[in-house]
Design a protein around this ligand. Sequence first.
Ligand code: OAD
Length: 255
Amino acid sequence: MRTDNPISLLARRIRTSSRITVLTGAGVSAASGVPTFRGNAGLWQSYSPEDLATPEAFARDPGLVWEWYNWRRELIAACRPNAAHFVLAAWSRRYPGFTLLTQNVDGLHEQAGTENTVRFHGSIWEVSCWNRCPGSPARWVDATVPLRTLPPGCPYCGGWLRPGVVWFGEPIDPGILDRAISATDCDLFITAGTSSAVHPAAGLVAASRRRGAFTAEINPETTPASATVDWSVRGPAEVVLREVEDLLRRDITLT
Ligand code: OAD
């Protein structure tokens, strides 16, 4: 049976692709209760990135920045992965050429059991020494919720700890960027739940298309990527991915 239903098309593409890359953003965690950044209910409606998500903001007022991160850590700690995370986790185990790139710092992909995850913007569950003191690792996990003192102190030098996330104006870790660029060399590139507003992550889908990948977007709204991808699927990731997975698991012949 041949059909151009977007769910069937995506399922067919997944079956016939040996290298699949999925890039996720905050929309994938929305159904888990993690707020997105943009849009009417987004965090950037009530908070300013310049005050909370830049190195300059941290240098000015680390206590304020940590209050915000502490609040988000408490909120996220109460959230669980949703169907979108679980479907992507299943694909990461089933398809050997699968890579998950995520801009999300919430750790829900990992909690769902996703393998081969590239965390583009770091992790809210990691910390590093603000001074990069010589005795400290580059970053390490500290999932204490709530943190007892704000800003928390570096156990190696007594200075400040900072959240292990990438802030505006900071470069992406070169090793992470290399892995992400390698993953654009694929047969199918899906971008899901991201506004495609923040570079360099937002440029990956177009880069992948230039390298010959079939590209698809899953989002209830249009984004700057919508006009350039091969296929736009309008809908929530937790519904669309679940439906695609249902088709894949039913073993329907989609040619
Ligand atoms: P945004 O908040 O910018 O965009 C979320 C996207 O998810 C929007 O396009 C929504 O339409 C879409 N969306 C909402 N609910 C959805 C659902 N159930 N299923 C699928 N899509 C849904 O989040 P990101 O694109 O991830 O960076 O933002 C990128 C970066 O900007 C973040 O990593 C963060 C932010 O500022 C930093 O903090 C450095």
